[in-house]
Design a protein around this ligand. Structure first.
Ligand code: RP5
Length: 173
């Protein structure tokens, strides 16, 4: 059995989004992406895949991802954060990179190493620690061809608008 065999998720069905990270120590950041995918009811999988510690697994994961049914990969890493770019070089699925902040350099090193991809191999990079937006962006990618999901995204955006207006009303009360 492959290390990356698809698993049933809490949303049921085969995962559409793969959330990978360089270390289990990244999970406190990457769990925000998990949370958003749960909120939108998107089947997903979570796996530690390290560019440096498990390079063979990374290659297998990236090369098999599309055939396993994944539509989007969210890849988080800290420090010398090669994972999103390496994965993007071995699949044509959209890859969203999350720079994970470490104690030293506050994630600026991760951001720069993820965002500065050479032309031809894109990684959609979110902000340092921006796993929440990575989850929402993955949902938007899937929502482009899924009207029901797009309706959930519209409702989510409306919720943000309503929240601002409620705060405005409270300021004026
Ligand atoms: C990176 O090294 C991981 O993505 C993580 O952010 C960082 C540190 O990993 P640990 O030493 O905490 O396992 O590859």
């Amino acid at each position: 059995m492959s290390e990356t065999t698809p698993r049933e998720t809490s949303q049921g069905g085969s995962p559409l989004v793969g959330i990978i990270m360089g270390s289990d120590s990244d999970f406190s950041v990457m769990s925000d992406a998990v949370q958003m995918l749960r909120e939108f009811g998107i089947a997903h999988e979570v796996e530690v895949v390290s560019a440096h510690r498990t390079p063979d697994k990374m290659v297998t994961y990236a090369r098999e991802a599309a055939d396993r049914g994944l539509k989007v990969i969210i890849a988080g890493a800290g420090g010398a954060a090669h994972l999103p770019g390496m994965v993007a070089s071995m699949t044509t699925l959209p890859v969203i990179g999350v720079p994970v902040p470490l104690a030293k350099l506050d994630g600026l090193d991760s951001l720069l190493s993820i965002v500065q991809m050479p032309g031809g191999i894109p990684v959609a990079t979110v902000s340092i620690g921006g796993a929440k937006n990575a989850g929402i962006l993955a949902a938007r990618v899937l929502g482009a061809s899924d009207p029901q999901l797009r309706a959930k995204l519209d409702a989510y955006a409306q919720g943000l608008t309503d929240m601002v207006e409620e705060k405005n009303a409270a300021l004026k009360a």
